[in-house]
Write a protein that binds this ligand. Structure first.
Ligand SMILES: Nc1ncnc2c1ncn2[C@@H]1O[C@H](COP(=O)(O)OP(=O)(O)OP(=O)(O)O)[C@@H](O)[C@H]1O
Ligand SMILES: [Mg+2]
Length: 303
């Protein structure tokens, strides 16, 4: 059983579907359930309005899209690897890391060049973090051109990050989709915009990020992104983050590319390198992944 299936199973056992109150207008079947704006509730801390059932995260669709490992064995191994990867990220988020980081609850998964395993890692990291007792997780699809996670979840066409960046009248919480994986929320890409880099660099972006994550004490916001050396917007996106998970496809990505990507990041950020063997062909254990989290000094050759 995959991580998602286990989580969905857990939710089913724990929370039987509540009866829909006749006072609450049912949302149209095609729209994703979103978290209502805090100020729209009677009191801060009220549970979100249950206007529609949570969005179904379909493990089969995710596996087909290459965002979940195939088979129980690969799944179990990945779960263990992710436990090691997420621990320092969580420690940093609650201030138990080596140093106090600004915006430590914001984590971007990125890489130097395309195809190194960012979306796969972001998806599985978010699912793994959602198992934690003390956090909820908001997975944001920040790879605007590819929108891999948005498409794999069937959320294309839904309002998302770009919509709240463009339209200041919209509340960021309007585009947060509640899923049927306990503790997992998602923000899709939304409608693409030609000025993505400028929007990512705007004051509005900082406000949106604050609304999505900053107000929530135990929330981790995980971003998928495009590669640092391929698009300018990915560097701007990364600059808002407290923690950067940099995926390096072992044996595929040259050290020069990795060094250049690391140089685009700030010294005040925590940067963890994940060595991902995903570029090996199937005959060489394609799914036999190996993740390791390294301090950036090891690869960048700093003292
Ligand atoms: N650790 C892994 N285990 C199994 N498969 C993996 C792993 N990492 C990546 N893959 C596979 O490698 C392919 C590329 O991964 P992914 O789409 O996550 O890369 P990406 O860096 O997001 O690419 P892009 O830059 O195009 O967005 C996918 O088919 C994915 O299933
Ligand atoms: Mg991707």
């Amino acid at each position: 059983m995959s991580i998602v299936e286990k989580a969905v199973e857990k939710l089913k056992n724990r929370q039987p579907e509540p009866p829909v109150s006749p006072a609450v207008e049912a949302a149209p079947a095609h729209s994703a359930p979103t978290i209502e704006r805090l100020s729209g509730r009677t009191q801060a801390g009220d549970p979100p309005t249950e206007a529609a059932p949570p969005w179904h995260v379909d493990p089969v669709a995710l596996e087909r899209a290459g965002l979940l490992p195939a088979g129980d064995e690969a799944n179990d191994r990945l779960a263990d690897e992710l436990r090691r990867i997420k621990q320092p990220l969580m420690d940093n988020a609650i201030g138990k890391g080596a140093k106090v980081l600004p915006h430590a609850g914001r984590i971007v998964v990125t890489s130097a060049v395309p195809g190194e395993g960012k979306s796969f890692t972001a998806m599985n990291l978010a699912l793994s973090l959602a198992h934690e007792m003390d956090f909820d997780v908001l997975l944001v699809d920040g790879d605007i051109p590819k929108s891999h996670i948005t498409r794999a979840l069937g959320l294309e066409g839904h309002p998302g990050l770009m919509d709240v960046l463009v339209d200041e009248r919209r509340q960021p919480a309007e585009v947060v989709v509640r899923t049927d994986v306990p503790n997992l929320l998602v923000v899709p890409v939304g409608r693409r915009h030609p000025l993505t880099t400028e929007l990512f660099g705007s004051l509005r972006m900082e406000h949106v990020l604050e609304e999505l994550g900053g107000r929530h004490l135990r929330r981790l916001v995980v971003f998928d992104s495009s590669p640092l050396l391929a698009t300018p917007e990915s560097q701007v996106l990364a600059s808002h983050m407290g923690q950067v998970v940099m995926v390096v496809a072992a044996g595929c990505t040259g050290q020069h590319a990795v060094d250049s990507a690391l140089q685009s990041l700030s010294d005040s950020q925590y940067v963890g390198l994940i060595l991902n063997m995903s570029c090996l062909p199937a005959s060489e254990n394609y799914y036999n992944t190996y993740y390791g989290l390294y301090p950036r000094v090891h690869l960048a050759g700093e003292a």
